[in-house]
Design a protein around this ligand. Structure first.
Ligand code: PLP
Length: 365
C-alpha cells in the first residue's frame, strides 16, 4: 500500500474513491493565448482597482461583515430586489456546495440535465447523494423527464455549460411550477445572454438563482458570487454558510464592480459581438457551432478530431478546453477573447485545418 493509499483509508469511503473536480488548466507563463476557462478578456474597471488600492489595514485586522451587506445592497438595487433576496458567496461554486449540503443526502437526490457543468456530479458524490442525470436532446432542450425525477434539488445551468445554449425563461417558469423540490438555475454565464430568470424568484418560493462575478465582471480571481432567492430560502441557506465566507476585500470590490453597470455592459456587449463574429468564422472553417448565449462557444470540426486540434493548438501555446466526456465527444469549448485574440485563434485554426501534415486525424465521412 502506498502512503497515499494508506492516508486515504482515514477518509469517508466516497472521498477515498473520488477523483475530485479537475479545474481547467491555469498556465503559469504569461505569453500564452488562454481561452480555456471562460474568464472575461477585459480587466475590472479603474474604480474597482482604486477601491483595492485604498483598502485600510483596519479592514484586514477585523473580521468582515458576515453578510456582506455593502454588496447585498448594491446588488439589490441593480436587480430591483431587497438585500434579503441576496446571499454573498465565495464564488458561485460555494453556493453549489451550500445547496448540496442544504437539500441533498442519501435519501434526497439531485437531478440535472447532461452534459452540463462537471462540478455537479463531484458535489453529489461528496454529499453521498444520488445524482439523476437526464440527457439533453441534440439541441439541448429542457428534457421533460427532468420534471418528474422526484429530486430534492434540480439544477439547470442556463446558459448551459459547455453548450452555451439557452432555455427560454417562460419554459423554466412552467418547469419551476411543476417541480416539487428546489430549482437552482445556474446563471454563471447569463450576463452574456439576452434574458434571465431573476423574476422567477418573485413568483416561486422554490427557485434559487446563482450569479457569478467571475465572468461578466472580470473578477474570477476575486472569488465572488451570489444567490438570489426568496427571503425565507436565503434565511435557510444562511444557517449553513461559514460565518465569514466572503472576505473584506472581495465585498468592497464586488460592490464597486456591480455598481458600475455602464462599464460592465460595455464589456459584455464587446464579448457578445465578438462571440457572434467568432461563431461565423468557425462555421466558415467547417465547424458546427451552436448559437451561444455565453462567453464561449462549443465547436465541432466536420473533418478533424477535436483532440488533434486541441493538441495542435497547445503546441502553439493556445489553450482551449477539450472534454473527453459522453455527449461532448469531439467537441471543443473556446472562450471568447478580445478581437485580436480571436483573430489569432482563427488564423491558427485555419493553418491547422488546411495543414496537409496533420491530415492523419481526418475522419471518414
Ligand atoms: C456553470 C458554472 N457555474 C458556476 C461556476 C462558478 O463560478 P465562480 O465560482 O467562479 O463564481 C462556473 C465556473 O466556471 C460555471 O462554469
Amino acid at each position: 500500500m502506498t502512503s497515499l493509499e494508506w492516508a486515504m483509508t482515514y477518509f469517508r469511503q466516497n472521498i477515498e474513491k473520488a477523483k475530485g473536480y479537475e479545474p481547467g488548466f491555469q498556465p503559469k507563463q504569461a505569453d500564452v493565448l488562454k481561452l480555456n476557462t471562460n474568464e472575461n478578456p477585459y480587466p475590472p474597471s479603474t474604480e474597482v482597482m482604486e477601491v483595492l488600492a485604498q483598502i485600510k489595514s483596519e479592514q484586514l485586522r477585523r473580521y468582515p461583515d458576515p453578510l456582506g451587506d455593502q454588496f447585498r445592497r448594491a446588488a439589490a438595487q441593480v436587480h430591483g430586489l431587497s438585500p434579503d433576496n441576496i446571499l454573498c458567496c465565495n464564488g458561485g461554486d460555494e453556493l453549489l456546495t451550500m445547496a448540496f449540503r442544504a437539500f441533498c443526502d442519501e435519501n434526497r437526490p439531485v437531478a440535472y440535465p447532461v452534459p452540463t457543468y462537471s462540478l455537479y456530479p463531484v458535489l453529489a458524490n461528496l454529499q453521498s447523494c444520488k445524482a439523476i442525470e437526464v440527457p439533453f436532446d441534440s439541441e439541448f432542450n429542457l428534457p421533460p423527464k427532468l420534471a418528474v425525477t422526484g429530486a430534492a434539488l434540480t439544477i439547470v445551468c442556463n446558459p448551459n455549460a459547455p453548450s452555451g445554449t439557452f432555455i427560454d425563461v417562460g419554459e423554466l417558469a412552467s418547469f419551476a411550477d411543476e417541480l416539487e423540490g428546489i430549482l437552482l438555475i445556474d446563471e454563471a454565464y447569463v450576463d452574456f445572454a439576452d434574458d434571465n430568470c431573476i423574476n422567477l424568484v418573485k413568483e416561486f418560493d422554490n427557485v434559487i438563482i446563482l450569479r457569478s462575478m467571475s465572468k461578466g465582471y472580470g473578477l474570477a480571481g476575486l472569488r465572488f458570487g451570489y444567490a438570489i432567492a426568496s427571503p425565507p430560502l436565503i434565511a435557510g441557506l444562511l444557517k449553513l454558510k461559514d460565518s465569514y465566507n466572503v472576505n473584506a476585500i472581495a465585498i468592497a470590490l464586488a460592490a464597486e464592480a456591480i455598481k458600475d453597470q455602464k462599464y460592465f455592459k460595455q464589456n459584455v456587449e464587446k464579448v457578445k459581438r465578438d462571440r457572434d463574429i467568432l461563431t461565423e468564422q468557425l462555421r466558415a472553417l467547417n465547424f458546427n457551432v451552436a448559437k451561444s448565449s455565453a462567453n464561449f462557444v462549443l465547436a465541432e470540426s466536420k473533418n478533424r478530431r477535436a483532440k488533434e486540434i486541441y493538441e495542435n493548438l497547445l503546441r502553439r501555446n493556445i489553450f482551449i478546453r477539450y472534454f473527453d466526456l459522453p455527449g461532448l465527444d469531439n467537441k471543443l469549448r473556446i472562450t471568447v477573447g478580445t478581437s485580436e485574440q480571436n483573430d489569432k485563434l482563427v488564423l491558427t485554426l485555419k493553418e491547422i485545418v488546411s495543414d496537409k501534415g496533420a491530415s492523419n486525424g481526418r475522419q471518414k465521412s
